[in-house]
Design a protein around this ligand. Sequence first.
Ligand code: 13P
Length: 234
Amino acid sequence: MKNLIAGNWKMNPNSKKEAQELFDAVKKGIKDVASEVVICPPDLFLSSLKGSALGAQNIFWEEKGAFTGEISAVMLKDLGVEYVIIGHSERRKYFGETDETVNKKIKKALEVGLKIIFCVGETAEEREQGETQEVLQRQIQQGLKDVVDIDNINVAYEPVWAIGTGNNCSVEETKESIDFIRKFVKPETIIIYGGSVKSENSGAYIKQAGANGLLVGGASLDAEEFLKIVKSAE
Ligand code: 13P
């Protein structure tokens, strides 16, 4: 099984020029790596970035029509985009995404032939209340409700409290959650970790926690650091 290392640029960088420079630097550095490396820039940069696997950060579940401001899975597929992140905690938190809308998006992405990076993870409060597994189970079961073929689904375990905080999840806790998530998917399903991943901690998630890759936010905006992370998974 190939490791999957995805860089989620979120709403960065500010210009097409910077996006191109960052992308080119990453592309150059991943020529001979064994992992599948996927860059997920803001949608409007997707058409100009070429020569390496791309992912979008969101989609809408309808195919076309009067949905101002939205982008469909079909449009992304047509551009040559291979992956889409669905259910990221920032979408759940700031844009009202629910397990139900996540489920609709997953179904549409699968129908169109996009590979999915399906994000799940508990908040700090949920972890303190001992609800981590309950939350993960709910997000997975509802997100994958009525989904029969999960071959194109990759699951990203992203504890919300670990995202952008520098407070990355311990290897032990990550392993526990990954082992738990494994019960709801196939033995060969790729399960990756995200949340304050840096080159100093990245290798341990793969070598010790059993993650099949990483979903990298902030550190994916620095080509040198991102490439170190990619190398740590080799
Ligand atoms: P950070 O790596 O910045 O914590 O972000 C993680 C993330 O949300 C990736 O999707």
